[in-house]
Design a protein around this ligand. Structure first.
Ligand code: HEM
Length: 482
């Protein structure tokens, strides 16, 4: 049995009430944490593992033990969050365990028991996937990420000392059954207002699909209404049934992992040059690139930052107001990062679609649950060119229709959402030597604004990654029976 269509619709409207689970308890007990809600810890270590040749029985034993001791269910994550809120008791170390296709194959899993989907089966190093996403050659990736990877282990905690101690122990044990071919240490960066930011200095993680009642209630408080943008989502946006699950409600999710290096100095320089070219201040230039000011204010709402905000109830209905053959937004460029990755109805607007709602519904099925964390230097005064960036993680039910589509068909494309819009300047990956085609409005909010072309080289450099699956806990805890 699985969640029915009716249940999925009802849960999407109301959100899962973690204080009142009823029949959904079994479901959350068997689902790994971090999928329907971020784990929220400040520090996180990612271990990429290749199991020793011809030792699958030992490796299974290790995984079973790790799942029993460490892997955090969605239920435990929710219970610990409640304890923290009510009694200020911090949660335990958080952990996830993910398998790649190579991992399933290492265990000789029968093909029909390996989670499906072409991208997952091929892996991120596959030539056709790389070409589709515009990724650099594997030889240019970090050497550890060039290796065959069977599993990814994520361990997270607020206390970095405790975390590193725990990780040391886990690594010692793990080395008996596998090699840690690569490791990443991530941390949450915050600005002076306490907002979570990424290395370019912009508030991040604001707009997410929401599944949990508490998150929905909070978003409603922040935004007042969901009339311009509804962040709620059905669980099947991120969940699929686990082919190896042992309960009637065993679900998993696909994880896309990408190490994205950020050239902060390069970004700042271009931001300033763009500002000079179109004669606006640096803040507005940055907002035109990202689609939000550094403090989160959507640039479609204002030409100045309005103060730290989680506002997400907005869309691009009035930018431009009239859509003709060559629509020109004057507030938020089509190519701005958040407009390319969530057009909030633009596909219907631009095509003057007779069925706007249908276009919007299709767009909304491309959404992903982002769970990124920064790496590299933690000092915000430095402007690293290499060695710092974002460990980009996102969950979804269908890699082709979600992450891959968003990266390749929207962010990398020159013609989304209209001809010659240019690629997303933050994450668009274009062939080497290629140039952007973006035009920038010079007078914010003036529909007759003059537009100026400004090209730059991308500041985000992909250093490797892989596709994984987050299996249900009932599979991991009985994996030795397989
Ligand atoms: C180093 C790389 C990246 C940086 C610096 C970055 C930065 C940001 C920032 C500052 C925001 C606005 C805050 C928010 O709404 O959460 C944002 C939103 C978003 N980003 Fe990224 N991002 C990066 C990579 C990616 C990638 C690889 C994807 C997917 C292909 C992606 C998809 C999104 C989406 C879907 C949103 C929300 C858009 C919305 O709903 O309005 N980002 N990003």
């Amino acid at each position: 049995m699985a969640l029915t269509d009716q249940e999925l619709n009802r849960l999407a409207n109301e959100g899962i009430d973690l204080n009142n689970l009823g029949k959904y308890k079994t479901f959350l007990e068997d689902l790994q944490g971090n999928i329907i809600k971020a784990h929220g810890r400040d520090h996180s270590v990612h271990l990429f593992v290749k199991f020793k040749p011809e030792k699958p029985a030992d490796a299974k034993q290790w995984i079973q033990g790790f799942a029993e001791k460490y892997v955090t269910s969605a239920l435990l994550q929710a219970e610990e969050a409640l304890q923290y809120r009510e009694k200020n008791i911090p949660g335990s170390v958080f952990a996830n365990f993910f398998l790649s296709t190579k991992g399933y194959e290492y265990f000789d899993t029968k093909p029909f028991k390996i989670p499906g989907g072409q991208s997952f089966r091929f892996g991120m190093k596959n030539e056709s996937i790389k070409n589709f996403l515009g990724d650099p050659p594997v030889e240019k990736w970090d050497s550890g990420l060039q290796q065959e990877i069977h599993a990814l282990i994520l361990i997270a905690d607020d206390d970095v000392v405790d975390l590193l101690q725990e990780v040391n122990q886990i690594c010692q044990n793990l080395r008996q059954v596998g090699e840690i071919v690569h490791r990443e240490d991530g941390f949450i960066l915050r600005n002076k207002d306490g907002q979570v930011i990424e290395h370019f200095g912009f508030a991040d993680g604001i707009s997410q699909p929401l599944f949990v009642k508490r998150d929905i209630d909070r978003a409603l408080q922040n935004s007042g209404r969901f009339d311009k943008w509804d962040p709620r989502a059905r669980l099947d946006l991120v969940l699929v049934q686990d082919p190896n699950g042992k309960t009637e409600y065993s679900y998993g999710s696909y994880l896309v992992y990408r190490k994205l290096e950020q050239n902060v100095k390069g970004f700042r320089k271009d931001q300033q040059r763009l500002a000079q070219t179109i004669e606006v201040n640096d803040n507005l230039a940055g907002a035109l690139i990202v689609g939000r000011f550094a403090d989160g204010t959507p640039v479609v709402n204002s030409k100045t930052p309005l103060g730290a905000t989680q506002t997400n109830n907005f869309n691009y209905d009035e930018d431009p107001q009239e859509f003709g053959l060559t629509p020109k937004p004057s507030k938020c460029p089509f190519h701005a990062h958040i407009r390319q990755t969530n057009p909030r109805g633009d596909t219907g607007r631009v095509e003057s679609s007779p069925n706007f709602q249908q276009s919007l519904d299709t767009e909304r099925k491309h959404r992903i649950a982002r769970r990124a964390i920064s790496y590299g230097v933690q000092d915000l005064n430095q402007e690293p060119t290499v060695g710092s960036g974002l460990l980009f993680l996102c969950f979804q039910a269908n890699i082709e229709n979600q992450f891959n589509f968003m990266q390749a068909k929207w962010a990398n494309a020159n013609n989304f959402v209209a001809v010659n819009v240019g690629f997303d300047p933050v994450i668009g990956q274009i062939p080497k030597g290629g140039k952007g085609n973006q035009t920038w409005p010079t007078t914010w909010g003036d529909p007759n604004t003059e537009e100026v072309k400004y090209d730059f080289t991308p500041w985000v450099n992909m250093k490797g990654g892989e596709y994984f699956f987050a299996p249900s806990l009932s599979y991991l805890k009985t994996i030795t029976d397989e």
